[in-house]
Write a protein that binds this ligand. Structure first.
Ligand SMILES: [Zn+2]
Ligand SMILES: [Zn+2]
Length: 343
């Protein structure tokens, strides 16, 4: 996926943003490039070329020294130096053992778009997933209760389903053997119920259920809450089960024996969340879930295109703990996954 010259200024800026997202760079750093991208897209290419030649790009509101260099070098037919640098710095490490798992993955079951708190449009996420070699991605924007993430109520979700159908038609027309599967990352409410009606849940291809609120509740009610959700016939994957943020937020307290026994019993996969600040579940819990014979799903939980490249984080860990590859649901083909999720 390393880009080759010549590339348009737009392509170069997009790739820089992709790499910065992949590196989980501060939003401030990324913002300068997103602004520059807007300027490039809304300005006549002839004017951009003239300004680049005369070194007057910085006179445009939204273009600074770094972004001007990227544009100028791209127009000169070079791979911009800054891009080469972030490209190398943001590469996601993959161990030899992890590579076996990564090669087996055929899709990604947890990711977001601008419909909730993601930074990229559905189409951009799909295009990147196609470039990564996936056969499918499950779009799992947040449910309504997560207002900070602009979660989807039933009406917006219904509209999203129509939109996905439209985009899938375009993808098929372009000749890609790829499909966006419908889904949601539905909030597990305090009493273990789900933040979406059974009727809507039943319409979705794959449902991820996650705890996002009251992460510090007592062990027993938290266990009951999670078991309730896992037992729902609509829930396919238990998202980032401990809720930890490495170095920032401790793991929630729950009886993992009950929760994983329920996951095994109700065929709900335990997610191996690949976000570098989550890497959830921690190693001992992966070992326990293996013991219970659980299904797993290695998901990026991407909120930007570059973050779709995070699956190696989870693959390395799955390989290290020797998760049985045949128990990882996103090694299944699209049809097998749909059959599994529908069962
Ligand atoms: Zn989540
Ligand atoms: Zn998520």
């Amino acid at each position: 996926m390393t880009p080759e010259a010549p590339m348009t200024p737009e392509a170069a800026l997009l790739r820089v943003i992709h790499c910065l997202d992949r590196a989980l760079a501060s939003p401030f750093k990324t913002k300068a490039f997103v602004r520059a991208l807007d300027v490039v897209r809304s300005t006549d290419p002839v004017e951009i070329a003239e300004r680049a030649r005369d070194e007057r790009l910085q006179e445009l509101d939204g273009i600074g020294d770094a972004t001007a260099s990227v544009i100028t070098e791209a127009l000169a037919g070079l791979v911009p130096a800054y891009l080469t640098k972030v490209e190398a710095e943001s590469e996601v490490p993959l161990t030899d053992a992890g590579a076996v798992y990564r090669a087996a993955l055929r899709g990604d079951c947890h990711l977001h778009s601008t419909w909730s708190d993601g930074g990229a449009e559905i189409e951009a996420m799909a295009m990147t997933a196609i470039e990564l070699g996936h056969e499918y991605m499950v779009l799992t924007d947040h449910s309504a209760r997560l207002t900070v993430a602009h979660g989807l109520n039933e009406e917006r979700l219904a509209r999203q389903l129509v939109e996905i159908e439209r985009i899938n038609d375009e993808i098929a027309a372009a000749g890609h053997d790829f499909r966006i599967l419908t889904g949601m990352e539905v909030d597990i409410l305090e009493d273990g119920s789900l933040d979406l009606s059974d009727e809507m849940l039943g319409e979705l291809d794959v449902v991820v259920a996650s705890v996002h609120s009251k992460l510090r509740m007592d062990r027993q009610p938290m266990t009951e809450r999670m078991v309730m959700a896992v037992a729902s016939p609509h829930v396919d994957i238990l998202g980032h089960c401990t809720g930890r943020m490495i170095g920032k937020r401790p793991e929630s307290s729950f009886d993992a024996d009950y929760v994983f026994a329920a996951c095994a019993q109700f065929d709900t996969a335990v997610e191996i969340n690949c976000r570098p600040e989550r890497l959830d579940p921690p190693r001992p819990l992966i070992d326990l879930a293996i013991e219970y014979g659980c299904w797993f799903s290695i998901d990026s939980d991407a909120h930007a295109t570059g973050q779709l490249e995070w699956q190696p984080h989870g693959c390395n860990r799955a390989a290290e703990r020797e998760v049985p590859i045949e128990r990882i649901v996103n090694t299944m083909s699209r049809d097998d996954l749909l059959a599994w999720a529908g069962a």
